[in-house]
Design a protein around this ligand. Structure first.
Ligand code: SF4
Length: 284
């Protein structure tokens, strides 16, 4: 059982300042020392996640890694998991799954491809397939680490290296690559000859569910290939920030039934118009 006491906002802020300007490894070493074994890396198998995994595995091959298998992942993602297991012997990679009953209820009410019909439907699907299993998993951890970078999208420009995740029990959320650019990430991949998800070779710059991710076009931003048919909506699924005014909460409660749901909002949540305005500004 962990004897660790959760960080408070002040400590998280001080740690963020302490690790700003430091290489990602410095924060990783501190975090593994501080939180193991109740810490894990979250990855969707993008290059950022692989870089983080590579660094953490070099420090501690016992590092726990998890990903959400939404049931809509491309076959290439499953192939890539096998590649990672070859590269990192004994890798503790855990796949989280949504509750079958919730998915079945959602599909019977709204259809398999509900996300095409409206933004609230898309957020509902992301919540049932991603956010719910994530929240359940994080309840057993004191800290999680992500490969989020500030240059990925407007909603990520203000992330700190050490945050308190108020959407998930106020555990610590660590973003060791926050300062890195896409270029630095790819340089690390080349230097270390890391395996990369096969869809990058087909023009993808972000990896997600098969029906909701496409390759980007010349000049488009890194996350433009996510939910490309939407306008005036954040390119977030709710795993990394709660979504305000999603308009899907009523349906979600009906789908989850009496089991209850995760917190749906926070003061730091992303509103649609706000997110789109920020993004236009950032990529103008
Ligand atoms: S990315 Fe698409 S298929 Fe995957 S959970 Fe979200 S809406 Fe559903």
């Amino acid at each position: 059982m962990s004897t660790f006491e959760l960080l408070d906002e002040l400590e998280a802020g001080e740690l963020s300042i302490r690790f700003e300007g430091e290489e990602p490894r410095a924060l990783l070493e501190w975090a593994l020392e501080e939180f193991s074994p109740r810490i894990a890396i979250s990855t969707a198998f993008q290059v950022d996640g692989t870089v983080l995994l590579d660094m953490a595995y070099a420090i501690d091959p016992e590092i726990r890694v998890f990903s959400v298998d939404t049931g809509r992942l491309p076959a290439e993602t499953h192939e890539f998991m096998a590649t990672l297991r070859d590269r990192y012997p004994g890798l503790r990679l855990e796949l989280l799954s949504p509750e079958e009953e919730h998915v079945a209820r959602m599909v019977s009410r709204k259809g398999l491809d509900l996300f095409r019909e409206s933004v609230p439907n898309r957020l509902l699907c992301c919540n049932v397939r991603k956010v719910q299993p994530l929240t359940k998993h994080l309840a057993g951890l004191d800290a999680w680490m992500t490969g989020l970078r500030r240059d990925q999208w407007a909603t990520r420009t203000n992330i700190r290296k050490v945050e308190i995740d108020h959407d998930h029990g106020a555990i610590a959320k660590l973003n060791p690559l926050a300062e890195w650019t896409a270029r630095e990430t790819w340089e690390y991949v080349r230097e270390r000859e890391l395996p990369v998800h096969p869809l990058y070779a087909k023009g993808y710059t972000t990896i997600g569910c098969a029906p909701c991710t496409r390759p980007i076009r010349a000049g488009e931003a890194e996350r433009a290939g996510r939910w490309w048919w939407e306008s005036n909506a954040p390119k977030e699924c709710g795993m990394h920030c709660s979504i305000e005014h999603g308009g899907f909460e009523h349906e979600l409660h009906a789908i989850l039934g009496s089991v209850g749901s995760t917190e749906l909002h926070s003061s730091e949540g992303v509103g649609f118009a706000d997110a789109e305005a920020k993004n236009r500004e950032a990529h103008a």
